[in-house]
Design a protein. Structure first.
Length: 367
C-alpha cells in the first residue's frame, strides 16, 4: 500500500460501497488533517497496543485547532474499496482520537477491530434501578432494544414521556423529558446505561415515600414524540434531567384514577375510626368553589399528598362509603388526620396544637 493509494474520509464510516460512492464528495472534509505516513506489510516493526503487527497510518493535523477524528474512515483506493477501517472502534484498546494542533496520530489498521460500531435507532428498554424519595429522583437502567443485543441504541428524542407504573399498571409518576442535545444518550448494548430523571411534585400521583418504598415493583413506560403541557421543566441537580408536565387532560386523568386508588388503599385503615374519633382536615369535590379557585382532581390529590408528606398517618376516603356522611347528598374526597382520639375534646385539642383553625379541622367518627 502506498501513500497515494489510500484516502482519509472525514465522516463516520458506513458500508464500504456507500463510502466509495461518496468519497469524491468528502475527500475535502477537514482538510487540516492529512495522511503523513503509511506503513504496509508490517512484520518486524513494533506492534500496536493490542500486541499485533498491523499496518498503520500516521495522520497529521496541520491546522491551528484540535481535531477529533473518531469515526473517520481510512480506505484503500480503487473503484471498489477492498479494505476500510473506522478510527476509534477498537474493542480492546482505547486510543485518544483527538489530534492536537500540529500533532500526529498513528492509526493501527487492525482487521479484527475494524468493524464499524453496531447501532440501531430502536427505543431502549427501561426499568427502575433506584429511587431517591425526598425529591423523587429516579435512576433508570436503559438497555438496548436492538435486534442484535450487542448493538448500542442512539437515544436522541426531545419529548420522551416516561410514565412510572406499579405492578397493576397504575400511574404513580408521569412527565415528558428532553433527551436531545447535551442530554442525548448512547445506550450500551451489553451492560446498559443509567439515566437519572426527576419528577416535580405536580408530576407524581402518590406520596413520594410510598413510591420509593418498593422500586422493584415499578415499571417504566416510554413514549417518544409526546406532547408537553404548559410550563418548562424545573431545574434539578447536576446530572439529573427534569421533566416537563404532561398535558392538562392527561394529568387530570392520572389524578382521577390516583384518587380512587388511594381511597381503596386507605379503606382498611379508616375502618379503625368506626369506634373512635379522628380529625377531618379537608373535604373537596371536582368543580367545588373554595379558597379562591375551582377545584379539580389534580388539586385535590396535590392537597392530599402535601398533607401526607407532613404527617404520614393522613388518609383519604370517599364520603359516600361511610355512614357518618349519609345525610349529605353531595359526595366528597375527605382527608383524615389518621390519628385516633378517645373523645371529641381530645380531637379538637389536637387540631389546635397543630395550628388548624375551626374551619380546617373538626372531630369526627365514621359510624
Amino acid at each position: 500500500m502506498t501513500l497515494s493509494s489510500i484516502a482519509l474520509i472525514g465522516v463516520p464510516a458506513a458500508a464500504a460501497d456507500e463510502q466509495q460512492a461518496t468519497a469524491e464528495q468528502n475527500t475535502a472534509a477537514k482538510p487540516s488533517v492529512i495522511i503523513n505516513e503509511v506503513y504496509a506489510g508490517n512484520t518486524k516493526a513494533a506492534g500496536d497496543p493490542d500486541s499485533k503487527r498491523c499496518d498503520w497510518v500516521e495522520l497529521k493535523n496541520t491546522g491551528s485547532t484540535d481535531v477529533d477524528v473518531k469515526g473517520w474512515g481510512i480506505y484503500d483506493s480503487g473503484k471498489k474499496a477492498k479494505k476500510h477501517y473506522t478510527i476509534g472502534t477498537s474493542e480492546v484498546t482505547n486510543t485518544d482520537t483527538v489530534i492536537k494542533a500540529g500533532g500526529y496520530l498513528v492509526a493501527y489498521i487492525d482487521p479484527d477491530k475494524a468493524k464499524p460500531a453496531k447501532t440501531c435507532d430502536a427505543a431502549p428498554d427501561m426499568k427502575v434501578s433506584s429511587i431517591k424519595s425526598d425529591n423523587l429522583i429516579v435512576t433508570i437502567l436503559a438497555t438496548s432494544n436492538c435486534d442484535d443485543k450487542n448493538a448500542s441504541t442512539k437515544f436522541n428524542d426531545s419529548a420522551t414521556r416516561l410514565t412510572l407504573q406499579d405492578s397493576d399498571d397504575n400511574v404513580v409518576a408521569d412527565a415528558v423529558f428532553d433527551f436531545s442535545g447535551d442530554n442525548a444518550k448512547t445506550i450500551s448494548g451489553d451492560t446498559g446505561t443509567k439515566i437519572k430523571v426527576s419528577y416535580a411534585s405536580s408530576q407524581y400521583y402518590r406520596p413520594a415515600n410510598e413510591i420509593g418504598a418498593n422500586p422493584s415493583d415499578l415499571s417504566v413506560k416510554s413514549v417518544t414524540g409526546s406532547d408537553k403541557g404548559a410550563g418548562a421543566a424545573a431545574s434539578s441537580d447536576s446530572g439529573v434531567i427534569s421533566g416537563s408536565n404532561v398535558t392538562d387532560d392527561e394529568a387530570e386523568n392520572n389524578a382521577s384514577k390516583a384518587l380512587d386508588w388511594q381511597v381503596e388503599h386507605d379503606k382498611d385503615s379508616a375502618e379503625l375510626f368506626y369506634s373512635t374519633y379522628t380529625a377531618q382536615l379537608s373535604s373537596k369535590r371536582k368543580g367545588m368553589e373554595a379558597e379562591g379557585k375551582t377545584w379539580n382532581y389534580h388539586d385535590i390529590l396535590a392537597q392530599f399528598i402535601t398533607m401526607h408528606n407532613k404527617k404520614s398517618n393522613v388518609l383519604l376516603i370517599w364520603s359516600g362509603d361511610w355512614p357518618t356522611y349519609s345525610s349529605n347528598s353531595d359526595k366528597y374526597y375527605v382527608i383524615l388526620a389518621g390519628e385516633g382520639f378517645d373523645s371529641t375534646d381530645e380531637a379538637w385539642n389536637w387540631c389546635k396544637a397543630n395550628n388548624y383553625g375551626p374551619n380546617d379541622c373538626m372531630s369526627i367518627d365514621l359510624q
